[in-house]
Each structure stands twice: as structure tokens, then as C-alpha cells.
Design a protein around this ligand. Structure first.
Ligand code: NAP
Length: 315
């Protein structure tokens, strides 16, 4: 087990999505013990966030946690969240995109019409990060700090890729989302694919953002969280606790060196090389194509996106 990294977050603002459960809740608790000026507890409802805040206060004594509601499966919720955050947040030093869902092989369509793991785990967090970039970049500039954008991925990225047929299709994301494409065989690796897209997001942010912003992806290791509530007996005994898994979020948020972690994938407090497929020509082509499609999609969903892209990604 890796030791917990500790730091002083005095004056800083930290935001964690999915902070009512599993690894996200444990990470939020760790952050609370490091005295951030503000700790934004992001959950699907304010009630869930308030329950989490109550527990964090009871267990750590920390009193500056604030609730915010966000449904990553609803693009309008992400836009509304950022409109609200832009009014109330004067800085954002650490953003942890932790929330995700695993539907255990079940094809579910969101209200927006996207396959749910693709939207909740990949598209939603990407839009959330992009819309928050102006606050993050302003934090870097105004306070001469190096904010980190921490995206929780998984070691399951080694067990999948994005199919050549989906990459060759005129729109890869729409193809991946469509019910016809999601045969049981294809869909068996959908969760893994959604976690590959998390790493692709971090790669693109590292490529396009100035160096005073550190995007980093991570593998928390297998933990007995809500995602794995069906595990029992011997299988369950092999998992880490959520507290142990959350250490990788803390390492990625405040540990290591900025220049080593920028655009990296961390696991057990080390930078881990990503899969051969992701490093291959096809993997890079998929990364570039999916990025272009995401920016195009997000531009249609929220009219702040073109300005953010022009402002934040200039050379
Ligand atoms: N557990 C593992 O072994 C493992 C391994 C590798 C990576 N991970 C990754 O670790 C992260 C945390 O997962 P976990 O294991 O801690 O699972 P978890 O206990 O199920 O927590 C998932 C969190 O995401 C939230 N969430 C789900 N759908 C959402 C939506 N539509 N909008 C906003 N929030 C939503 C959940 O909220 P509700 O409580 O409202 O559902 C919950 O707070 C995920 O990114 C997961 O992929 C986990």
C-alpha cells in the first residue's frame, strides 16, 4: 500500500465530483484534513452533498465544505453548474473529476440521447473541465500557482481499445453511443473505453494548455466501492479499501513533480506507461478524432465553448 501524501492547502479551493461515495468521499475527507479555504463537494443532489459534508465534519472537524449539485448524465446540468460556479468561485486550485458509473453491461440511454457510460464517465467530465477552464486559468495567473486537473481513470484501460470500425466511422462518438453498434461483444468493454477517453482528455489538455496547468489521469486500483457492490467473499477480499484507493487521487492532486505528472497516468504513486494501443498510430488517431468531435459537440451544447477554446488553447 502506498503512503498518503500530505500537504497544506491553506487558501486553496478544491472540488471533487462524486464526493458522497467510495473513492471520491475518501479523497474529500483527506483534502479536508489539509485545511483548504474551500472544499466543494459535488454530488448528484445538494442533499447527498450535505450528508457527505456532515460526515466529513464529524470525522475531520473541517467546517468549510460546500455543496454543489451536478448530474454528469445531463449536459444542461453541467452548463448550469458552471454558470453558478462562475458566480461563486473566485479560484479553483484542484479539480478532481472522479464521478462515474458502471451499468454492468446494460445499455442505458440518457435524456440527452447518449449511451450512459459514454456520457457520465467521459463526455460529461470533459465538458465540465472545459467550462471550468477560465476559472482554473485565472487561478494560475492571479495567484501564481499551478492548478491540477485530476481525472480518475482505471487500469482497465489495458484491457480494451476503441474499435477500428468506430474510428473509421464519420462520427466516432455517435457510433460508439448508438444502440446498433453496442452489441453485447462491443458493450462488454464500454466501461473500459470510457476510462480510455478519460486519459485521452488529459493528453489533449496537456498538449493544448499552458504549462502552468497540470492535467493528470490516475488509476486508483481496484477498490470495494459502490461500483463493485456485487463483489463478495474471496473476490471482495482482494480489493483495496476506498481510503487506500483515494490515496492515488491525493498523490495526483498534490504529490510528485508538476513536470512529471503533466499529461501522465499515475498508479501506486508512480507514472505508468499507458497501453500499447493508446500509444499506437491508431490510438493517437482515435484521440485526435474524438477530441475534434467533442469540441464540435460541446460548442453546440454551450455557447461559451468556442470562446474558451480560442482563449485557453492558444499557443
Ligand atoms: N472501485 C474501483 O475498483 C475503481 C477502480 C478503478 C477506477 N475507479 C474509478 O473511481 C471513480 C470513483 O468510483 P468509485 O469506485 O468510488 O464508485 P462509487 O462509490 O459508485 O462512486 C461513484 C460516484 O459517482 C457518482 N455519479 C454516478 N453517476 C453520476 C452522475 N450521472 N452525475 C454525477 N455523479 C454521478 C455517484 O453518485 P451517486 O452516489 O449519486 O450514484 C458516486 O458519488 C470512478 O471514476 C471509477 O471509474 C474505481
Amino acid at each position: 500500500m502506498v503512503p498518503i501524501v500530505r500537504g497544506d492547502l491553506t487558501g486553496k479551493t478544491v472540488m471533487v465530483t462524486g464526493a458522497n461515495s467510495g473513492i471520491g468521499f475518501e479523497a474529500a475527507k483527506h483534502f479536508a484534513t489539509m485545511n483548504p479555504a474551500r472544499l466543494i463537494i459535488v454530488c448528484r443532489s445538494v442533499e447527498k452533498a450535505q450528508q457527505s459534508i456532515k460526515q466529513i465534519q464529524e470525522e475531520t472537524g473541517y467546517k468549510n465544505a460546500e455543496p454543489m449539485a451536478l448530474d454528469l448524465g445531463k449536459f444542461s446540468s453541467i452548463s448550469e453548474f458552471v454558470t453558478q460556479a462562475s458566480k461563486t468561485l473566485d479560484r479553483l486550485d484542484i479539480l478532481v473529476e472522479n464521478a462515474a458509473v458502471a451499468t454492468m453491461g446494460k445499455y442505458i440511454q440518457t435524456e440527452d440521447g447518449w449511451e450512459s457510460m459514454l456520457q457520465v464517465n467521459s463526455l460529461g467530465p470533459a465538458l465540465h473541465v472545459l467550462l471550468l477552464l477560465p476559472i482554473i486559468m485565472n487561478t494560475a495567473k492571479s495567484h501564481s500557482v499551478v492548478p491540477r486537473i485530476v481525472v480518475v481513470s482505471s487500469e482497465v484501460i489495458f484491457f480494451a481499445n476503441i474499435g477500428s470500425d468506430a474510428i473509421a466511422a464519420s462520427n466516432t462518438l455517435e457510433t460508439l453511443s448508438s444502440k446498433e453498434y453496442c452489441t453485447p461483444e462491443v458493450f462488454a468493454t464500454r466501461y473500459q473505453q470510457s476510462k480510455i477517453l478519460n486519459i485521452m482528455l488529459v493528453h489533449k489538455l496537456a498538449e493544448l494548455l499552458p504549462t502552468n496547468i497540470v492535467p493528470v489521469a490516475l488509476n486508483p486500483g481496484f477498490c470495494l466501492s459502490g461500483l463493485r457492490r456485487d463483489a463478495e467473499g474471496e473476490r471482495a477480499a482482494k480489493f483495496q479499501t476506498n481510503g487506500e484507493g483515494s490515496r492515488q487521487i491525493i498523490y495526483s492532486a498534490i504529490g510528485g513533480k508538476d513536470e512529471e505528472l503533466r499529461g501522465a497516468f499515475t498508479s501506486y504513486s508512480q507514472v505508468l506507461e499507458i497501453s500499447d494501443w493508446m500509444l499506437s498510430e491508431e490510438g493517437k488517431k482515435a484521440e485526435d478524432k474524438i477530441w475534434v468531435e467533442m469540441i464540435d459537440l460541446f460548442g453546440k451544447l454551450d455557447d461559451r465553448i468556442p470562446g474558451i477554446v480560442a482563449e485557453c488553447f492558444k499557443a
